[in-house]
Design a protein. Structure first.
Length: 215
C-alpha cells in the first residue's frame, strides 16, 4: 500500500513539474486524462474568479467555466506546440463568457478593486483612477453609489473598449496576453484602455456627479 501511495505521489509531482504547454500537447497526442485534470486544477480558482468578475454571477461563471474546458478538450487538436497556453485558455473563456452573457441579454461587469497587471502601470484600481486625488467627479459619492455608477457606465462603453478594460483589470493578466486573447497588437490594447478610461471620465463630468449640476 505504501509503495502504491509513493508511486501516486511521484506521478503527481511529475505532473506538477510539467509546463502547461507540455501537458496540453501530450493530452492532444496521447489523450492522458491526468494531463487534462492537472490543467483544470491549475486554473480552476484563477479562471473561475475571472469569470465571476466578468459575468457578475457565480452560477453563470460555473457554467462558463465548464464550457471553457469542454472547448479546450474539443479544440485540443488545433493547439500548436509552443503556443502559450494561458492566453489561449483566456481567449476561449472570454468568448464563452461573451456568448453566455449575450444569450442572457446582459453585459460584462467589473470589480472596482481590481488592479492592472503588476509592473505594467501604477494606475491602481479602477475606482482609484476615476476618483483621482479625491476631487474627481465621483469621489464624493458613497462607495455603493460609486460602484453602481461605474458598472452602469462600463455597460455603456463600446464592446471593444469594455472587453479590453475588463481583461486589463484582471489580476496578473499582462498586456501581451490581452493582445493574444483579443488578437490585436499590444499598442492597441493600451490605446483601447486609455480610450475606455477617458470615456468614463467624460461620462462622469457629463453626469455632474460632483454636485456641480443644477440645484
Amino acid at each position: 500500500m505504501m509503495k502504491a501511495l509513493d508511486m501516486g505521489t511521484e506521478a503527481a509531482d511529475d505532473l506538477a513539474r510539467e509546463t502547461d504547454e507540455v501537458l496540453l500537447s501530450r493530452y492532444r497526442d496521447e489523450g492522458r486524462s491526468a494531463d487534462f485534470e492537472e490543467l483544470v486544477r491549475r486554473y480552476e480558482r484563477e479562471l473561475f474568479r475571472y469569470l465571476v468578475r466578468y459575468t457578475g454571477e457565480h452560477s453563470l461563471a460555473e457554467d462558463v467555466f465548464q464550457s471553457t474546458f469542454l472547448q479546450v478538450h474539443l479544440k485540443r487538436g488545433l493547439y500548436e506546440d509552443g503556443r502559450p497556453f494561458r492566453p489561449w485558455l483566456y481567449s476561449i473563456a472570454t468568448h464563452q463568457a461573451v456568448d453566455a452573457l449575450r444569450k442572457a441579454g446582459r453585459h460584462p461587469t467589473l470589480s472596482l478593486d481590481q488592479r492592472l497587471s503588476a509592473g505594467e502601470t501604477d494606475a491602481g484600481a479602477l475606482i482609484d483612477v476615476l476618483t483621482g486625488d479625491g476631487d474627481g467627479p465621483i469621489a464624493e459619492l458613497e462607495e455603493r453609489e460609486r460602484a453602481e455608477w461605474v458598472r452602469e457606465s462600463i455597460a455603456r462603453l463600446p464592446d471593444n473598449l469594455r472587453q479590453t478594460l475588463i481583461l486589463a483589470y484582471h489580476q496578473d493578466l499582462k498586456y501581451r496576453e490581452i493582445a493574444e486573447i483579443l488578437k490585436i497588437p499590444v499598442g492597441t490594447v493600451k490605446s483601447r484602455l486609455h480610450a475606455a478610461l477617458s470615456k468614463l471620465a467624460e461620462m462622469a463630468r457629463a453626469s455632474r456627479l460632483d454636485g456641480g449640476g443644477d440645484s
